[in-house]
Design a protein around this ligand. Structure first.
Ligand code: FAD
Ligand code: NAI
Length: 463
């Protein structure tokens, strides 16, 4: 039955569902279109949540196997049950997607089940029924970027979706792309016993992260047994009965070589998802990278049509999508919704974790900024020693004149949690001294953050 709404959001990922909830909270009548059988988008169904479930399970196994004895905890034999791990992953996903369904019911957001297509400003066709609305928010997210010559079958040549669902640990997993997905899923399968080779086009991993942190990250992962082939590209992949044969070539000219794998994970980035949305017919412009073009208020060039999340410019991160969802809902309600793109944290949930917010040292150099650096290693942090987790460091970058924090980069235990303090500090325009003068509980990992802040002024105490 055709309905009338104030807002229709197309897509129920973290951008879309959060936008729908906030708009409902602000008094709008909201419909959210989702074609998947469950709400929550990439993040809850096939992204953040299932990957973190497997990272947690594999880390528990790895810890029990390799770290407990050092604590004097002796376990006779440690094995794992992959079927149970995978079932648990499914349970975690179900609990989360059902949670969104519950929130929709509680907030009176109507789930319009089916594929949404914009037929005109203010009109959205959902599987043949046209609903009317004052505003439309496109939140259709992204999907994995294909690699020419490497045909995905989600069994032997997989994207993250297939890579999360393997029912057997591969003997040899080749990961194409040393970014977020490749290193998280590479870690999962490495911990469970796979030989893992990461083939990366550039001469470094995690290219958006601080270079010094990336180098330390690679060294730590190499100690965990991951192998790296940097500056290398995959030109072809042939899946046969005995696995997959890959053709590898150095990026800077050289001989082709063959590498065989049981499973190949293609993780070379994601691309905005704009298919079958009717964008061409209503005249919504895309940018040169196929993303929906928006202004600073998330408005497209067509009045009444907005876009947020992975389908627009910016980092493809769930929390960025969520914050944009809130901001656009507030703008539609006449408020001053806003996202501070200078302070979007990024976290790789390996162990140790890698987390960053603000500028990298390379970005500051390229901008000609005059900055100071403060670093503190976890080897000198009492809590990290007690935990037996001393790999990594905290690195802070601050303006040389004003001392204002410009960037924070952490590789170490719980880095993803530690970074939040620095995001708050940066949101408030804090200086390194503000962080250094804040009382931090002892003994905590956060003290490494405080010490790095002291180190910006050359006065760290515990090193
Ligand atoms: P999506 O979550 O992609 O949701 C879009 C939804 O729109 C989908 O459900 C889709 O079915 C629906 N849709 C599309 N077109 C239509 C249509 N025409 N009609 C109806 N419905 C439609 N980010 C993090 O911040 N932290 C992490 O730990 C993290 N881990 C990740 C792990 C993996 C393996 C992957 C793949 C991604 C991960 N991400 C992570 C990225 C994160 O998932 C995305 O940034 C986030 O999901 C983007 O949210 P979104 O709302 O823009 O779109
Ligand atoms: P990515 O952009 O993080 O990494 C892709 C890597 O592949 C880069 O290092 C790039 O240089 C490399 N690459 C590109 N083309 C290549 C080629 N032809 N051969 C070899 N290497 C190549 O992309 P990824 O890992 O696919 O993840 C997509 C996005 O999903 C991430 O950028 C991130 O936004 C999001 N994500 C976030 C997570 C988190 O927050 N923890 C976890 C997983 C995904």
């Amino acid at each position: 039955m055709s309905e009338q709404f104030d807002l229709i959001v197309i897509g129920s990922g973290p951008g879309g569902y959060v936008c729908a909830l906030r708009a409902a909270q602000l008094g709008m009548r909201v419909g959210c279109v989702e074609k998947r059988a469950t709400l929550g988008g990439t993040c809850l169904n096939i992204g953040c949540i299932p990957s973190k479930a497997l990272l947690q399970s594999s880390e528990e196994y790895h810890h029990a196997r390799h770290a407990l004895a050092d604590h004097g905890v002796l376990v006779d034999s440690v094995t794992f049950d992959l079927a149970r791990m995978q079932a648990r992953r499914g349970e975690v996903v179900t609990a989360n997607v059902k949670g969104v369904e519950f929130l929709f019911r509680k907030s009176n957001v109507t789930w319009l089940k089916g594929s949404g297509r914009i037929t005109a400003p203010g009109k959205v066709d959902v599987d043949g029924t046209v609903h009317e609305t004052k505003s439309i928010v496109i939140a259709t997210g992204s999907d994995s970027m294909p690699l020419p010559g490497v045909a995905v079958d989600e069994k032997r040549i997989v994207t993250s979706t297939g890579g999360l669902q393997l029912d057997k640990v591969p003997d040899h997993l080749v990961v194409i792309g040393g970014g977020y997905i490749g290193l998280e899923l590479g870690s999962v399968w490495r911990r469970l016993g796979a030989e893992v080779t990461v083939v990366e086009f550039l001469d470094r991993i995690v290219p958006t992260m601080d270079g010094e942190v990336a180098r330390a990250f690679q060294r730590i992962l190499a100690r965990q047994g991951l192998k790296f082939r940097l500056g290398t590209k995959v030109t072809a992949a042939h899946a046969g009965n005995d696995g997959v044969a890959l053709a590898l070539e150095p990026v800077k000219a050289g001989a082709t070589e063959e590498l065989t794998a049981d499973v190949v994970l293609v993780s070379i980035g994601r691309r905005p998802f704009t298919q079958d949305l009717g964008l061409e017919s209503v005249g919504v412009e895309l940018d040169q990278r196929g993303r929906v073009r928006t202004d600073a208020h998330f408005a497209t060039n067509v009045p009444g049509i907005y876009a947020i999340g992975d389908v627009i410019a910016g980092p493809m991160l769930a929390h960025k999508a969520e914050d944009e969802g809130v901001a656009v809902a507030e703008i539609l309600a006449g408020q001053a919704g806003h996202v501070n793109y200078e302070v979007i944290p990024g976290v790789v949930y390996t162990w140790p974790e890698v987390a960053s917010v603000g500028r990298t040292e390379e970005e500051l150099k390229a901008a000609g900024a005059d900055y100071k650096t403060g670093k503190f290693p976890f080897t000198a942090n009492g809590r990290a020693r007690a935990m037996g987790d001393t790999e990594g460091f905290v690195k802070l970058l601050a303006d040389r004149t004003t001392d204002r924090l410009l960037g924070a980069h952490i590789i170490g235990p719980d880095a993803g949690t530690l970074i939040a303090e620095l995001a708050v500090a940066m949101e408030f325009g804090a200086s390194a001294e503000d962080v250094a003068r804040t009382c931090h509980a002892h003994p905590t990992l956060e003290e490494a953050v405080k010490e790095a802040a002291l180190a910006v002024d050359g006065r760290a105490l515990h090193i």
